[in-house]
Write a protein of this length. Structure first.
Length: 347
């Protein structure tokens, strides 16, 4: 591919480049094609580009870092290359770009690239880090954290409506399991229903008083999936539920409350925790609290984190994902402004 001729960014067309990225399917674990496109694009734009292999399929799954060879950046822009399913091709109208990844996070990649170029042209030391796997397990961010570049600040991109996030809620994922004894449903006294136990445990779980943090809001709980049983006429011998709790502080109190709620009828295993994080604010800019989780907790060696990006999280992961063209353009200016303020600050 002749990137200089085909890249929309060569003509400063951020909308066209966003659509081009959307049209490269990159559902988690299938990021190779978009990664290779970015390597070629960024190299043609004059960046020194490095790849960071991630996992066993490292030839086709890797992070992309772009900067100046041998230079320690002051600020690094970062977001993720992967998207959730299903793939949705791009389209546009007068006001919006549509398609999977429009706001989460391919439009953000374009805004960060344009901002980094502007900063570099002005003499600032800015880098770009695009990672895989954010939508599943942050595998790319964890790999990147073992290979930091000494940056002072990390500006992570997620859809925040171009508002600075004061904090990002954490996540605690739990598996609730109940066991019982199979029997004919006409003779329930001969069995022990795991589903009945699970229903009891989940009812008690919904009664938990979860923590509330002033200025952040409440912790929330969602029972996402329930599975179990063999057939309608069989007493169930096993049942399981997947639960997600959004954290607004340390997890110890919540873990203890969950364990107490299900004690005696079910067991609990905590299989994932992403910590709650407070983030740096920039005076004079609109702010928000991100109720969702990000790669930020796994990139602590890349500098003091900020969370900022165009687009609404309310349309991400939906059939109607979109990004305002105006908001995309505004994001470039905002990223430049914020980065300059950070680099010129003493702290």
């Amino acid at each position: 591919m002749d990137t200089q001729k085909t890249s929309p960014l060569a003509a400063l067309d951020a909308v066209a480049l966003t659509r081009q990225l959307i049209d490269i399917e990159s559902i988690t674990y299938n990021e190779g094609a978009v990664g290779r496109f970015l390597v070629e694009l960024l190299t043609a734009r004059g960046f020194h580009v490095e790849t960071m292999p991630v996992g066993p399929d490292s030839d086709d799954r890797f992070n992309v870092y772009a900067g100046v060879e041998g230079e320690q950046p002051d600020v690094v822009f970062s977001t993720h290359m992967d998207t959730v399913p299903p793939f949705l091709a791009s389209s546009e109208d007068e006001d919006f770009i549509y398609g999977r990844g429009a706001c989460d996070a391919k439009g953000i990649m374009v805004a960060q690239l344009a901002a980094a170029e502007r900063l570099r042209a002005g003499g600032a030391k800015a880098g770009l880090l695009f990672v895989v796997g954010e939508e599943r397990d942050s595998a790319g961010a964890k790999t990147a954290n073992a290979q930091p570049r000494g940056s002072r600040f990390l500006i992570n991109g997620e859809p925040t409506d171009n508002r600075i996030a004061l904090a990002s809620k954490g996540a605690l994922r739990a598996e609730i399991r109940a066991t019982g004894k199979m029997a004919h449903s006409a003779y329930p006294e001969l069995g022990d229903s795991a589903i009945h136990k699970l229903v009891e445990a989940l009812g008690q779980l919904l009664e938990i008083k979860l923590p509330v943090t002033e200025g952040i809001g409440p912790s929330t709980l969602n029972i996402g999936t329930i599975t179990g049983g063999r057939a309608p006429n069989v007493i169930a011998d096993k049942a399981e539920a997947q639960v997600m709790i959004r954290l607004v502080g340390p997890s110890q109190e919540t873990r203890a409350a969950v364990e107490q709620a299900v004690a005696g009828v079910a067991s609990v295993e905590f299989i994932l925790e992403i910590p709650f994080m407070r983030l740096r604010h920039v005076e004079g800019l609109p702010s928000m609290v991100a109720a969702f989780t990000t790669d930020v907790p796994w990139l602590d060696k890349w500098g003091e984190p900020l969370l900022l990006g165009p687009g609404s999280i309310l349309v991400a992961h939906t059939p109607h994902e979109r990004l305002s063209k105006r908001e995309l353009a505004d994001a470039v200016e905002l990223y430049v402004q914020v980065a300059q303020r950070l680099v010129n600050s003493r702290a």
